[in-house]
Design a protein around this ligand. Structure first.
Ligand SMILES: Cc1ncc(COP(=O)(O)O)c(C=O)c1O
Length: 385
C-alpha cells in the first residue's frame, strides 16, 4: 500500500468539492438544485475582452512558454490600474507578479516565507485556503477572532497584550472581508500595519472584493504610509471583471518580497497563457462605468436575497460589500451545517454554512449573489410558496 504524506491528514477535501458531488447526486435523481453557495461570477467580462483574447490566440508566439513574471504590458496595465483605482504607485518592473488566480498566491507566499513551526495569524471567520495551505506547510496557526459586534475587525490591541507573538511570521487580513462583507477604514488598517511592523510580521492583505457593492473609497494596504516595508497584497480579476475561470490574479509588494515569491512560483509553472494576459490588459481598461453597471446588477440581486432573509428571519448588515450576503440565523438551536442541509432538503437551494469559515461563523449562513435574477426569483418563490 502506498501511503499519502502525513501532511495530507491535516487537510480535508475542500467543502465545495464535497458538496458539489452531493448536489450532482440530487440532480441525477431529477431534482433541480439552485446553487447560492458558491461565489462564481456568472456575468460576462467587459466587452472586447474575449475578442482580444481570441485574436491573441492566433499569434504564433502565443503557443510558447511565457515569461515567469508576466509580459511587461500586463505588469504596466496592473501598475496603471493600481494608480487609477487605489492611487497607489507600483513599480511595474519589480513590484508586481501576475498570478494564475490569487488562490495560488496564497500557496506561493506561504511557501516563500513560512518554515515548519512558524506561527501564522489567520482570521476566524476567513477564507479557508489560508489555513489549509498553512497546514500543508506545517506552520502553526493562531486564529484571531472577528466578531459581529466589533464589525469583524481584529482587535490588535488585545492581540498585543494577550497573545504570544514570539515566532509569529505572517498575518492574513482580507478587506472587504469574505465571508462577512465587512469593510475597514484607513485608521484601523493603519493600526494593523503598526502592529505588524512592531512585531516584525509579514502582513498579507487579500483584496479581491474592493469594487463590488463598495460605497466607500476602495482601499489597498499600500494606502497606508510605510506599509510596503512589511506588507504584500493579493488582488484578482475574478470578481472585479467576471473572469474567475480565466485565473488571473496578482501579488504586489516591494522588490525583495516579489523576487522571493517569483523564485518559488517559477519552480511550479512556466508563465501564463499569452492570450489570457492580453484579455486581462483589456479588462483592466474598464473602471468607473464598468463597476457602476456591474453594481447595479448586484444591487438588484442583493435585494431579492434580503427579501428571502427577511422572510426566514435571518439578520444581515445593509452595509456589507462583495458578492455575498452574510446572515445570522436568529432562532437557531441547531448548527448552521444542519440548518443549511435542512434548507437544501426542503427547498433544493444550496447555501453555505458559516462554520466552514471558522468557529465564529457558527450560526451564520452565506448566500452568493452569483446567480441570475430569474433564478433568484425562482428561489424566492420556492421559499415563499
Ligand atoms: C477572500 C478570497 N481570496 C481569494 C480568492 C481566490 O480568488 P481567485 O483565485 O479566483 O483570484 C477568493 C475566491 O473566492 C476569496 O474569496
Amino acid at each position: 500500500m502506498i501511503v499519502e504524506a502525513k501532511r495530507m491528514n491535516k487537510i480535508s477535501e475542500y467543502f465545495f468539492s464535497k458538496k458539489m458531488k452531493e448536489i450532482s447526486h440530487l440532480e441525477d435523481e431529477g431534482i433541480n438544485v439552485i446553487n447560492l453557495g458558491i461565489g462564481n461570477p456568472d456575468l460576462l467580462p467587459p466587452n472586447g475582452v474575449i475578442q482580444k483574447m481570441k485574436e491573441a490566440s492566433e499569434l504564433y508566439h502565443a503557443n510558447a512558454y511565457q515569461s515567469y513574471i508576466g509580459i511587461e504590458e500586463l505588469r504596466i496595465a496592473i501598475s496603471n490600474w493600481y494608480w487609477k483605482l487605489y492611487q497607489v504607485r507600483i513599480d511595474s518592473n519589480y513590484e508586481i507578479l501576475p498570478l494564475i488566480g490569487s488562490k495560488e498566491g496564497v500557496m506561493h507566499i506561504s511557501m516563500s516565507y513560512l518554515n515548519r513551526g512558524d506561527k501564522v495569524l489567520i482570521p476566524d471567520p476567513g477564507y479557508p485556503t489560508y489555513s489549509s495551505i498553512s497546514h500543508l506547510l506545517e506552520a502553526d496557526i493562531i486564529y484571531y477572532d472577528l466578531y459581529e459586534k466589533k464589525n469583524w475587525i481584529p482587535n490588535v490591541q488585545y492581540m498585543m497584550e494577550n497573545k504570544n507573538m514570539y515566532n509569529v511570521k505572517m498575518m492574513w487580513i482580507n478587506y472587504p472581508h469574505m465571508p462577512t462583507g465587512a469593510t475597514i477604514n484607513l485608521e484601523k488598517l493603519e493600526e494593523i500595519v503598526f502592529f505588524a511592523k512592531k512585531n516584525n510580521i509579514l502582513l498579507v492583505h487579500d483584496n479581491p472584493y474592493s469594487f463590488i457593492l463598495n460605497d466607500r473609497r476602495p482601499l489597498s494596504i499600500f494606502n497606508i504610509k510605510g506599509a510596503k516595508d512589511i506588507a504584500i497584497e493579493l488582488n484578482s480579476l475574478s470578481k472585479s471583471y467576471n473572469m474567475p475561470g480565466w485565473r488571473i490574479g496578482m501579488v504586489i509588494g516591494k522588490k525583495e518580497f516579489i523576487y522571493n515569491i517569483a523564485k518559488a512560483k517559477s519552480q511550479m509553472d512556466s508563465g501564463m497563457y499569452y492570450p489570457i494576459q492580453i484579455g486581462a490588459i483589456e479588462a483592466m481598461k474598464n473602471h468607473d462605468e464598468w463597476f457602476e453597471k456591474l453594481n447595479i446588477e448586484y444591487y438588484k440581486r442583493r435585494k431579492i436575497i434580503w427579501k428571502i432573509c427577511d422572510y426566514l428571519n435571518l439578520k444581515y448588515s445593509v452595509k456589507s460589500c462583495g458578492i455575498f450576503v452574510w446572515a445570522k440565523i436568529v432562532d437557531h438551536e441547531i448548527s448552521d451545517y444542519i440548518w443549511s442541509d435542512n434548507f437544501l432538503r426542503k427547498y433544493h437551494i444550496f447555501i453555505t454554512p458559516g462554520s466552514i469559515f471558522g468557529n465564529n461563523g457558527n450560526g451564520y449562513v452565506r448566500f452568493s449573489m452569483c446567480c441570475p435574477i430569474k433564478i433568484l426569483e425562482k428561489a424566492k418563490n420556492r421559499i415563499f410558496s
